[in-house]
Design a protein around this ligand. Sequence first.
Ligand code: XMP
Length: 522
Amino acid sequence: KVLILDFGSQVTQLIARRVREAHVYSEIHPFDVSIEFIRNFNPKAIILSGGPNSVYESDYQATPELFTLGVPVLGICYGMQWMAQALGGKVESGHVREFGYAAIRARGHSALFRDIQDRCNEEGHGLLDVWMSHGDKVTALPEGFKLIASNDACPIAAMADEARRFYAVQFHPEVTHTKQGTAIISRFVLEIAGAQPSWVMKDYIETAVARIREQVGSDEVILGLSGGVDSSVAAALIHRAIGDQLTCVFVDHGLLRYREAEQVMDMFAGNLGVKVIHVHAAADFMKHLAGVSDPEQKRKIIGREFVEVFQRESAKLPKAKWLAQGTIYPDVIESAGAKTGKAHTIKSHHNVGGLPDTLHLQLLEPLRELFKDEVRELGVELGLPHHMVYRHPFPGPGLGVRVLGEVKAEYVELLQRADAIFIEELRNSRNAEGKSWYELTSQAFAVFLPVKSVGVMGDGRTYDYVVALRAVVTSDFMTAHWAELPYDLLGRVSNRIINEVRGINRVVYDVSGKPPATIEWE
Ligand code: XMP
């Protein structure tokens, strides 16, 4: 396995993903873990991430003893600068920041770049198109190192001490802008460090199943099934491991998408034969939401009610010793930023699934080490349908925050039907390359606006509600662009909603980016 030391870069997680794409297991830990920790971890290779600081003015220093372990090390950006400084080279602050695409020229021969290039220059040197983002740079090589890439702005763009298998690059191989980035990272991990490419989801099932069996023995386990990807995959995996020792509690708050509750029940109770308690709690939730129109208040009520219902149901299963949750790796990584209080942007939302410890149950979190795309792959391997596993994210409070203002059963029903038409059309319409617009967007949904506007239908005047369509493209949901959906698709969706959903006579499309708007309307 590979150890990634995080110096606080926004993109450290991408390093771990690239390593795992090379089928090698990797973990991210803060830069200041002890040398004992590193020894115990027993890494096949160490990767030092980038970071926002400057090596001389910061206390972002890892233990230099890691260079004495005989383990190959790859430094990226700040990681390169720290490596240079720790091994006796020189780092100077650049007066200008270099940010964006750059072409660098590979120098001499190095195992890292051999046969990896985007093109060649006239003298036959390989050129790489890379992504740079740095202020400081290495200006003198440490003893034993040689130059392996450069360009005008950055004369030491990469360096290596091949005898000790220390490599460092000033650019960011982990971001997709660096086209050969994946090749460079696999080269380091597989060929230079000799890690085994044994991290494959199919095999992972066996390991995970064995681990779950060992952990829970003959105890019973409960899991809050929401229909979302994470809890669904966790349920399928745990069921594979312990069968009927697992009971899922599906709290149906009535704010799910059209026919979603039925689909969840069909899939789990029906196809997979999982024990699922379907709690019909819509009436309860509606009662508590009556008269409330403030979004945060609605979120609180839904969250609190969810916990209450779940606790009530789990009290009926006194034999359960374990609470299973679909926590995934990005939820658990302790980032260097968070550690020092210089946070990365942190989401304020909590999943409605966040349950208190008053349940006195031990936690079973079998997806804790997986990234979202790995969870999806695992779901498919476990036999969950592709369309379920590759669904857009859906907020915990569900349609409760997509019916603006006070939530009423009548509004929820209109919204469910309009939303289902929108999603169906997105799934069925394809761009020139044959990709569906559902795949081409990151999140898409309808929003119910409780205002009435005038329309005309046939010979009659209508006075009905408005639905807004929202579709965004984003990689991290922190920022997003509105999706440039084709007009004919929008037209078809609008026609169908107005014709098929009595009560709605106007459809509008949201063309706001995030920021300044958010993805959800509430
Ligand atoms: P915003 O609206 O903040 O949404 O741009 C960003 C992402 O978070 C989801 N979201 C939520 N998820 N509980 C959740 O579990 C919530 O209260 C919540 N609010 C927003 C939203 O769907 C989008 O994917």
